[in-house]
Design a protein around this ligand. Sequence first.
Ligand SMILES: *Cc1c(COP(=O)(O)O)cnc(C)c1O
Length: 429
Amino acid sequence: MNLERSQKLFEEAQKYLPGGVDSPVRAFKAVGGTPPFIARGQGSRIYDEDGNEFIDYVCSWGPLILGHAHPEVVGALKQVAERGTSFGAPTELEVTLAKMISSAIPSMEMVRFVNSGTEATMTALRLARAFTGRDKVVKFAGGYHGHADGLLVKGGSGLATLSLPGSPGVPPSYAQNTLVAPYNHTEAVAGLFERYPEEIAAVIVEPVAANMGVVPPQPDFLPSLRKLTSESGALLIFDEVITGFRVAYGGAQAIYDVTPDLTCLGKIIGGGLPVGAYGGRREIMEMMAPSGPVYQAGTLSGNPLAMTAGIETLKILRQPGVYKKLERATSHLEEGIREAISSLNLKLNVSRFASLLTIFFTDRPALDYDSVSGADTALFGRFFQLLLSEGIYWPPSQFEAAFVSLAHSDEDIQRTVEAIGRALKQLQS
Ligand SMILES: *Cc1c(COP(=O)(O)O)cnc(C)c1O
């Protein structure tokens, strides 16, 4: 594969951007090699600066559930851009998207738009602390909720990819208020509530974990969290930044029929533009300024471009059959991979939930961060490179999900399955 131009750009980038990137996992540190610099995307494909074509399973890490440059999204964006990109004043588009979100996810009676998932979780915690008058929060090892100070403790995503336990620059006094439990371990959470009665403001959880690779919840996990938080007077926060409008139109809470007090969204609701949102029960949300005393603001929050991309994306997602189509494509991918590995002598575990999929290079069932963190990341790195050279852009980390979009055709999936089969066979020999 010719990566000449990308190589040059990467060298240049490293002079001006730390590590050459604006988000760590893009630098391919965990898998080695030069990251292709992307020139454009269309449907399921991305094209780099050297003209290489890839079937994309990153999809901007989740937002592009319709694929790249969807004509309806791009068309609407062009029209809106011509009328002005930001006003710092209210617009009808914000009301439209908030109503769409609230009717899809009824627990979000009120919504506040921000510019990233990080801002959403950060503010949801501030709000939970203000509402309960308590300081401590519970998160799960391997759970990622953006890069706000108190939430980096034992984080997934890039922290897992680079084996970082947390981050320098976070005062211990912040991190002290973050309690960590293993995912799927209800007793551990119960233990924390016993140890800190009336001190825990909230439990924040990815209802389907997807930032340590895909780790679905055990059947009783989310209902137990609901029960424990309610009994203690703490809030339950679902971080559905990935799962919202991804695993179902109503998010993971619709599938598991567990109602959180607050929900965080991002990714898909921005249709590829920077966005985040948090929302929940009216009495809690009304504590936000200007209706209440809890402060949070944003110069570009709810800007017309991001709102438009979100509205157009949700309009397509609410059409009948959309999630069935995603399910079908991803289950074909899963079955194809399972068939390919059945004849091989490799320790692998395919973990899938809806259109999220991870091939773990360990045979331990994906239950919590402990069970997946021992995966053979060196072998994964070789797998990744083999796929890349076959024109498949898989997530460049063992601890991230692959994202299937509505733009992935049967042929795309078939080509991917064949490439994965060849790559794994080569790894075995
Ligand atoms: C991506 C992600 C975030 C952070 O969102 P950003 O927009 O990257 O700040 C938070 N929580 C989860 C579950 C995510 O996957």
